[in-house]
Design a binder for this molecule. Sequence first.
Ligand code: GCU
Length: 837
Amino acid sequence: MMRALLLFLTLGVASAEDGLAAWLRYAPLPGVAKSEGSIPSNIVALNATTTSPVYTAGLELQKGIQGIFGKQVSITHQSIESLSTVVVGTVDAYAQEYGLDDDDTADLEADGFWLSTLNGTIQILGQNERGALYGAFEYLSMLAQGNFSQVSYISNPNAPIRWVNQWDNMDGSIERGYGGPSIFFQNGLIVNDLSRAEDYARLLASVRINGAIINNVNANASLLTPQNIAGLKRVADVFRPYGVQLGISLNFASPQLLGNLSTFDPLDASVIDWWTNITDQIYEAVPDMAGYLVKANSEGQPGPITYNRTLAQGANLFAKALQPYGGVAMFRAFVYNQLNESDWRADRANAAVQFFKDLDGQFDDNVVVQIKYGPIDFQVREPTSPLFANLLQTNTAIELEVAQEYLGQQCHLVYLAPLWKTVLDFDLKVDNQSSVVSDIISGKRFNRPLGGSAAVVNVGTNNTWLGSHLAMSNLYAYGRLAWAPTQDPEAILQDWTRLTFSRDPTVLRAITQMSMESWPAYENYSGNLGVQTLTDILYTHFGPNPQSMDNNGWGQWTRADHLTIGMDRTVSNGTGFAGQYPPEIAAMYEDPSTTPDDLLLWFHHVNYTHVLHSGKTVIQHFYDAHYNGSAVAQTFVPLWESLKGKIDDQRYNHVLFRQEYQAGHSIVWRDAISNFYHNLSGIPDTENRVGNHPWRIEAESMSLAGYKPYQVSPFEMASNYTAIVTLTNSTVGTADTTLNFPDGKYDVGVNYFDLIGGISRWDVSLNNNSIASWTGNLENVLGHAPSIYLDGHSATRKTIRGVQVKKGDVLKIVGTPNGIEPAPLDYVVFLPEGVLD
Ligand code: GCU
């Protein structure tokens, strides 16, 4: 037994892992002898205060060295004379203890660190305590990846603000949360057990995130009760050793909602007093609080405009209360009004510049205007928000979304770093000078004192954090890019993969390929050519529903009719949005011939027969992209399967389940979007794929007992517009048919609908021999926003692989309804090798 265990440990065979350790597993490094010179024997952490990030760095180094090398190393808090020592501390502490050659560290900026592994001693010196911890994590990341190179360098952040925004509600739910309930809140209060909050702070610190807003931007004023302020203190206490500063979202009307004042007018003296007083109370409890985040006059939230005050006056109200404490007021630029689509010149994309441009110069120095990367709302592709080019005397930060709200809700693999890079690297050419977004948000371009980035993150109590192991690459990459936006997304991904899964080249290759292909694939099968995600914007934001975009006031329009599609955002004939960019960029977007294909429909209203730079027509591009994108999503399954045995079974199976789900749902997307535009335009697919399904058997064409046909709406969510449902919620349904396919081996796909509100059962047999049974329990397993309808969110494909079929075999599906779920079935498809239908 003992020998078996030892063998197990030395071979580094993967044992079950639940994902909680994320990329901080410190897994044993196979093949490195304990005696290797590069393994430290002592840790000197130059701070003995347990709440200091330097102290944390000592513990983290100890833990990492133990995990990676199996070596117990002791920590001291003052200098010792010994070889193979890791010394971690601030530059100042080090200089006092050892003396220092200033040249090495002279260029350090706040939160930056110096790392040197030369000459046997490891020096990790932070400009501040947080920086020292970051350096320790950097060194451990090298070791965990088996990188023993001799290095000595400094690393400074691109920008001072590197925050996450949790959209956690005080009842414990999370807005756009797909990884379980909140780790911070429950029943209106801060939870007692903050161990997950502490683990989260550790993860954040390891990627150099220095601030976390923990409650939803749609904020509840009751966060500011004395009991909850005491709770905030507890959160800040567990964050502090990791150098993560706590921040909170505020409800602008709190003086009225909580303080019983008759007004929340930002210029009213009683309102100003109220906020000053609350801020004093919070800083008494949390002296190092990062600041506030405010969503005002946006999507029904209260704000200064209610009192005819400007957004700047609203923002400055908080800035002034925070100023004595060095706190920052993050003020969101996500302000827009409902619009009427019959007005050709109306455009939600115009709103942010219209609301904010004239306020440039009026914001206090500790206000940062937080701007979503694109002008609408976290779509699969958007042009860079032009507001970045219109605020030259205002601090700005970019808002990204790790939460995959419009991007598959952590049930589709979508590695987001390449998407973010399209914006971070974009040169807006303000005043004809290089004006790259990452230099604007850092403050460098316009010489601003503050700026940076925020990302909406939806970690929850699920042990995988985000509900999906692979989605964690997005949180990791966010931190890495917030620190250094010029880094290569693929290199970041590979560090993450080595740390999270394995250094095995096969693992690295497969995960790199899947992840790097994932955003293009998702864009292809959701919404291409800049038309936006084409998801259901009125309901769950998950599955396809192209017509939900139009004929409502939300302004995410496509303006698709039977001849044309796209938003005309030109100055000459459209909404004028293109003119919000500096001249060179504006000119590029004004003209379809210089607009990149991937944003054509964002800027132009064209015929379906318009010919792209690629040489294809718009409509043929739609068909091809949707077929190609979903074909790529199929390949993620065998790629992942090639890793069996190279990853622990627990994570392997968890990911495999999701990849199979994505493969099936990508076909739902493909068919819905292709059918919708095929139907609308009447233009055939030159490849004759759309509407042509030779390998399918529609459920409604089978012999039915206890089942009846059901017209699905929107029509394109079901093959042949029709599904079947059981006659009542308690009748068992049977659908059978005699097969007429050539003898052979097939993968059998069964398309069904999995609704919330019931767990039906499907039993599939061939000649009465069972080939598969499953239940409709995805609402408990997947985490995406569920649906109570037969629609693009609930539509699912189950694939039964390698089924031997003979002509004349009888296929039977028995559907047992449950709750409101009437065992709905759409079609069955028999796929010979190499066919995808
Ligand atoms: C999106 C999202 C909302 C969120 C809003 C925001 O519209 O769907 O849930 O509140 O953005 O960013 O404030």
